[in-house]
Design a protein around this ligand. Structure first.
Ligand code: ADE
Length: 243
């Protein structure tokens, strides 16, 4: 059975960023990923199909109206039994590669994308298992964060990536865990007077692997020294201590 994701959103067309393009599109076509949307607007009863409501305590901005959202969430959970229910929010736990791995192991996901100033806190308490943030900045809604999460999780599902670009070889996984990626090169061999590093033309796969590891370590040291602390805590390989 495909990995089932249900996105609860006022803008279901935004899901096309996942379903219509690239690796994630192929995952859907191959039956490895199923992405459904549920729109709270379809659960409104009034003539104007109202999905927002005024915040108690006053102030600028609106809050998502409780009744349509609750009905949409119940429909989403009914259609995706056992799914973990996640609200995308800057108040959530950070989305990391480790978090993506954990979510890919769930029976399925219901992702709630908020709009306006957010969702009534009591609905979150009652209906949501977990909040996830994609970073310390504020977006206009939870849809883009939800799509980011879906992309990160999808490429971890068995069969989604070919052996060629296996998730094992990415930065943040496998031997390169907690490291930034090494540089990549393709033709031409010389571009703007810059030659491709000769080791990559050597055909010596052991030398190439060592060079890539060294590059990854160097870039991480330059750009993200914070990541090296985690790696040090886990213990460096003998090979790394020599590099
Ligand atoms: N909604 C708005 N901004 C967000 C963020 N940075 N992460 C998750 N959800 C959000």
């Amino acid at each position: 059975a495909p990995f089932a994701v249900t996105l609860v959103t006022l803008f279901p067309d935004m899901a096309r960023a996942v379903t219509d393009f690239g690796v994630t599109r192929r995952a859907v076509e191959n039956g490895l990923l199923a992405l459904e949307t549920v729109n709270p607007r379809d659960f409104t009863e009034d003539r104007h199909r109202t999905v927002d409501d005024r915040p108690f305590g006053g102030g600028p901005g609106m809050v998502m109206k409780v009744a349509p959202l609750e009905k949409a969430l119940l429909a989403a959970r009914e259609g995706n039994p056992g799914a973990r229910v996640i609200y995308l929010s800057p108040q959530g736990q950070p989305l990391t590669q480790a978090k993506a791995v954990a979510l890919a192991a769930q029976p399925g996901l219901v992702l709630l994308a908020g709009r306006y100033e957010g969702v009534d806190e009591r609905l979150l308490d009652a209906q949501v298992d977990e909040q996830v943030s994609i970073g310390d900045y504020v977006l206009s809604g939870g849809e883009l964060p939800a799509l980011v999460l879906i992309d990160a999780v999808s490429r971890l599902l068995p069969g989604v990536l070919g052996h060629q670009d296996s998730a094992e070889q990415d930065s943040f996984s496998g031997e390169f865990e907690d490291l930034l990626d090494c540089p990549h090169y393709t033709r031409p061999e010389v571009y703007q007077g810059q030659a491709v590093p000769e080791v990559l033309l050597s055909g010596n796969h052991e030398r190439i692997r060592r060079w890539r590891l060294k590059q990854a370590l160097g870039r991480t040291w330059q750009q993200r020294p914070d990541l090296l602390e985690r790696r040090r805590a886990r213990g460096l390989s003998n090979e790394e201590q020599q590099l």
